[in-house]
Design a protein around this ligand. Sequence first.
Ligand code: BGC
Length: 344
Amino acid sequence: MITQESFGKTADGKEVLAFTLSDGASHVKILNLGGIVQSIVVPDRKGTPTDVALGYNTVKEYEQNDGYLGALIGRFGNRIGKGELTVEGKKYALYCNDRGNHLHGGKVGFNAKIWEHAIEGDTLVLTLFSPDGEENYPGNLKVTVKYSFQGGALKICYHAVSDKATAVNLTNHTYFNLSGEGDGSILDHELTIDSDLIVPTNETQIPEGGLRAVKGTPFDFNEAKPIGRDIGAKDIDLLRGNGYDHSFVLKAPKGEMKEYGSIQSPKTGIRMRCFTDMPAVQLYTGNGLSQQGKTAYYGKRAAFCLETGDIPNNVNVPEYAALGSSVLKAGEEYTHTCIYKFEA
Ligand code: BGC
């Protein structure tokens, strides 16, 4: 069931709506502003409702939204080195908002837009039109994101089509804390990721080529391991990321739907199982968090993100594009599915 209420108004007077998707036992709240997942309330092992998504209580805080809490990210999730995009031989200079690089769609990304909405049964359908030249990206892009919540599973289906070749790498930037938002750090959470390779980066977190085997390194999550066990290791990639902030190449290829990992809080027993058809996932351990949230101050490592998609900067590295290219040709369909399933 989906219900709708007002969440407030933007600084320029636009109404922000909150949609509550309920499956009976649990519920998820989503805003038409940025398609933001504002809360995810699921029962813990004792049946106590627990909000596992970081967020804010007001539109004003979301308008600042330092860290992209809960938001849809586009056109391109994560970084493009120096904002240099070449599509079908043409060069485009994208806005650089992170140490000389393009991050999460640029100056005003999809996270900051009011999306059109429709409710189709148990599915919330959000649509956005991104005009040719927006943030310097080529092509008029029509984006649809469908959210549904059934049996404890939050499903996100992305679709996009452009009238010119462009680059698209959509994702969702929900910060999870399975002990409950505001309940301290996620370093005790036990994580598995079905991946043998991570993507190393330069000093400004741009992947420039090469893959690194995780075996024998702090990046091996093939067996469940607390996030905090190795996060402090003196490892070049961990130091550059200020913790985990890396793309993990999943064993199953792009286009194949798979359960690629899971993560559990020992405190609440809440487990999140993760599924996608994308080739990679960015594990980000909230290394830059430092803000007041819904019920508490969110400090460093107060949450983690698992952002499914293509490998960052693949538009400039053919080796990465071979695993999944973010170039979308005119008229071609971009699709991406991601599921977070909660159990306790
Ligand atoms: C990136 C981080 C970045 C964070 C917030 C994550 O997706 O991987 O490097 O700091 O988003 O912007």
